[in-house]
Design a binder for this molecule. Structure first.
Ligand SMILES: CC(C)(COP(=O)(O)OP(=O)(O)OC[C@H]1O[C@@H](n2cnc3c(N)ncnc32)[C@H](O)[C@@H]1OP(=O)(O)O)[C@@H](O)C(=O)NCCC(=O)NCCS
Length: 187
């Protein structure tokens, strides 16, 4: 019910340079820095124009509520990474609906067979959302993340395959995402 109401007012479209301050503010929402990475403006600008990255901005009733970064792997294997996703405020249902839209877009519009991500084992909210949408936990990436103090911690590897994705879940979401180009398709 909540999901279908949010769908009616949510739009997802490619972000642009002017959206970087909003993206940085979401990354720096209270409590988020322990859960999701953050870049400075120069790094975001560099990535936003990189040919293998797609920045998506999520709006609800016209107001920006979150962003995601999809990064195409360049090994020709038809895979892409959900490199970053964050919405603010959390726990309102926006993240689930946003991620459904992303999956719909990745699998319906682009030549991607596997959408993968990694996350901190302690990020139980994100883990719940990924599980709910069909992402499968594939294992632990040992010592995959280096912290500011140079210590290292494990990450959980999760992935969703095209064949597991039920595209019908996301029908009806208004999206202005391009359909003629394939910014996340593997080469
Ligand atoms: C992860 C994120 C994008 C999810 O978006 P969201 O809008 O908060 O998620 P939703 O409100 O759609 O759903 C949250 C779900 O987590 C559940 N949840 C909340 N806290 C939880 C907890 N401590 N343990 C388990 N599940 C939890 C909620 O019950 C809800 O599930 P339900 O719809 O089945 O009841 C968002 O929380 C976020 O931006 N977090 C900070 C950044 C981050 O962690 N990004 C991901 C990095 S891998």
């Amino acid at each position: 019910m909540r999901n279908s109401i949010i769908r009616q007012s949510m739009t997802v479209e490619p972000a642009n340079i002017a959206d970087i301050p909003f993206i940085m503010s979401v990354e720096r929402s209270p409590g988020y820095q322990a859960l999701v990475g953050h870049y400075d403006a120069d790094e975001h600008r560099r990535r936003l124009v990189a040919p293998n990255c797609t920045y998506l901005l999520c709006r609800v009733e016209g107001q920006p509520v979150g962003f995601a970064v999809i990064r195409r792997d360049d090994d020709g294997m038809g895979t892409a990474q959900l490199h970053r996703i964050a919405v603010s405020p959390p726990g309102t249902g926006y993240g689930t609906t946003f991620l459904q839209t992303i999956c719909q877009w990745v699998f319906a519009e682009h030549d991607v067979e596997r959408l993968w991500l990694d996350l901190l084992p302690s990020n139980v909210r994100a883990r719940h959302v990924y599980n709910k949408l069909g992402f499968v936990e594939e294992g632990i990436m040992r010592s995959a993340l280096r912290l500011a103090d140079a210590s290292r911690i494990d990450l959980v590897l999760m992935a969703l395959l095209r064949e597991q994705w039920s595209g019908g879940q996301a029908q009806g979401i208004q999206s202005d995402l391009p359909t003629t180009e394939a910014p996340v398709s593997a080469t």
